[in-house]
Design a protein around this ligand. Structure first.
Ligand SMILES: Cc1ncc(C[n+]2csc(CCOP(=O)(O)OP(=O)(O)O)c2C)c(N)n1
Length: 518
């Protein structure tokens, strides 16, 4: 076996059987080895940010990592923003970056660059494989590092000669570390704090946002009359009918401060104390109110769900004390097409088990409320604030869960960072309906212009936030990339088109022409 074959076989044996890629010359032996290890599914992306975002979406839904294959430093750089989002989501990603052959590096050829420096920004683990006989063990170690806990981006740099040389043989999987059990005495201490009945909130994130964590958290909140909040952009939130509803912390610090005001205790599970997204002149960055004590029940390496269950029992919460949302989808909208009408239609028509990739930005402001009573679904957020994640994450979710409908709620500006994702959806026949909110603007930045204290912004500044001249035709873009698409300008048209898109198995795009909400 050559190194590339042993590497791919090792990945498959460790459960990593999907690789999102955009390869180049230095990765040709990896590509060729796909035919000798047919259990590995290769998925071609036409831009590296699509591949990295897809790996993020895949692992959020599959609960195990995908691999990514990128071409040297420039390829890694192109994929960096979505690796950043994956890092913030604590998503396990096996990030394989091809490099020049070991003996070629000294010549500083055209594509030579410092890959490690680029990788360091997002990776919790970096290894450069130096021998074909070691590449399989390196791969097994990379998978284990990615799994954490918590999950992380682990980077394996793969020189071309390590890939093409023999002898190499597969290595056994390295057992990932178990999550740590939270000390029962710590749970008891926090239970006592909550039983004091001073104003408290549970603030949950990460794995605690899944059904079992939510049920335990809701039992606690109801029993001790605490608030239940989750982080602003959870990686994966299970929600809808039959699950506990909860408030997400608001994006705008002004609103987040209102949600947190008056608290004496904040109990954090698999998240961190809330801070403002950006600094604003004269405003607080740290959002925990003065006089509020922060108690970390469980961190990312701990079993936060088990800790929540233990805490629920410790405060004497009955097993059935959780609040469960009723099935109560909104009415279908009529009249003019607005962002709110789009969200209402999505809430009314969403099928059971849908997966929503939410990069609707300002236009999706109403989506949480209007889908709270929809059938049970998963909600995937923009964890790291680096836009261009929504469509790639939708790809990954659809590859991981081929029997579930994926709905990408997608703002127009953000869509265009990684719009090549539609081609991969078409190529792979992925069951994704993209709803484009075409508000012809970087709307949120218009608001931020005021919030950072700019006064009297002029037309030259506003021009930088405007997406007209020319207007962008998303139907033409989607068609050009192989995805059927329609455009709606009234609520009735949108409802009709969304209904048809959701009834179609395979990728579809519905472009909604909407005014900005700001
Ligand atoms: C990678 C990256 N580049 C730039 C930005 C800055 N940015 C934040 S929001 C935004 C525009 C968003 O516009 P759109 O996606 O159309 O959503 P809208 O604000 O109109 O709802 C930009 C450019 C970012 N967050 N991430």
């Amino acid at each position: 076996m050559i190194g590339a074959q042993a590497l791919i076989r090792t990945l498959v044996d460790a459960g990593v059987n999907t690789c999102f890629m955009n390869p180049g010359t230095s990765e040709m032996h990896f590509v060729a080895a796909l035919d000798s290890v047919p259990e590995m599914r290769g998925v071609l992306a036409l831009f590296e940010g699509v591949a990295t975002g897809a790996a993020d979406g895949y692992a959020r839904m599959a609960g195990k990592p995908a691999a990514v294959l990128l071409h040297l430093g420039p390829g890694l750089g192109n994929g960096l923003a979505n690796l950043h989002n994956a890092r913030k989501a604590f998503t396990p990603v096996v990030n394989i970056v091809g490099d020049h052959a070991t003996y070629h590096k000294q010549y500083d050829a055209q594509l030579e660059s410092d890959i490690e420096t680029v990788a360091r920004n997002v990776s919790s683990f970096i290894r450069t494989s130096t021998k074909p006989s070691e590449v399989a063990a390196d791969a097994a170690a990379t998978v284990a590092a990615a799994m954490g806990p918590p999950g992380a981006v682990a980077t394996l740099i793969l020189p071309a000669d390590v890939s093409w040389s023999d002898p190499a043989e597969p290595a056994p999987a390295v057992a990932p570390q178990a999550t740590a059990v939270v000390d029962p005495a710590h749970v008891e201490r926090i239970a006592a704090v909550l039983q004091s009945r001073e104003q408290a909130a549970l603030f949950i994130g990460g794995r605690a946002c899944r059904a079992d964590g939510l049920v335990a958290a809701s039992r606690i909140a109801n029993t001790v009359e605490a608030k239940l909040l989750c982080e602003t952009f959870p990686a994966r939130l299970e929600r809808g009918a039959g699950l506990p509803p909860l408030e997400r912390l608001a994006y705008l610090a002004e609103f987040a401060s209102m949600q947190l005001s008056g608290l004496r205790h904040l109990v954090i599970v698999d998240s961190k104390a809330p801070v403002s997204f950006f600094a604003y002149p004269g405003k607080d960055s740290y959002l925990v109110p003065d006089g509020c004590a922060v108690h970390v029940l469980a961190g990312g390496g701990d079993d936060g769900v088990a800790a929540l269950v233990a805490l629920a029992d410790a405060v004497g919460a009955p097993p059935d004390a959780a609040t469960l949302a009723p099935l109560a989808p909104p009415e279908l909208p009529v009249g003019p097409l607005t962002a709110e009408a789009v969200c209402a239609a999505v809430g009314a028509l969403m099928p059971e088990g849908a997966i929503v990739s939410d990069e609707g930005n300002t236009s999706a402001l109403f989506a949480a409320g209007l889908t709270a009573g929809s059938p049970r679904h998963d909600w995937l957020c923009l964890t790291g604030g680096a836009i261009g994640q929504g469509l790639p994450v939708a790809i990954g979710a659809a590859v991981a869960c081929p029997d579930r409908k994926v709905i990408a709620l997608q703002a127009d500006g953000s869509a265009l960072y990684t719009v090549q994702a539609w081609w991969t959806m078409a190529r792979e026949g992925l069951d994704v309906t993209t709803v484009i909110f075409n508000n012809r603007s970087y709307a949120v930045l218009n608001m931020e212009l005021n919030r950072v204290g700019v006064e009297g912004a002029g037309p030259r500044a506003k021009e930088m936030l405007d997406l007209t001249r020319p207007d962008i035709d998303f139907v033409a873009l989607a068609n050009g990339l192989g995805v059927p698409a329609t455009r709606a300008t009234t609520a009735d048209e949108f409802v009709d088109q969304l209904r048809r898109a959701l009834a179609t198995k395979g990728p579809t795009v519905v472009e909604a022409i909407v005014p900005t909400i700001i």
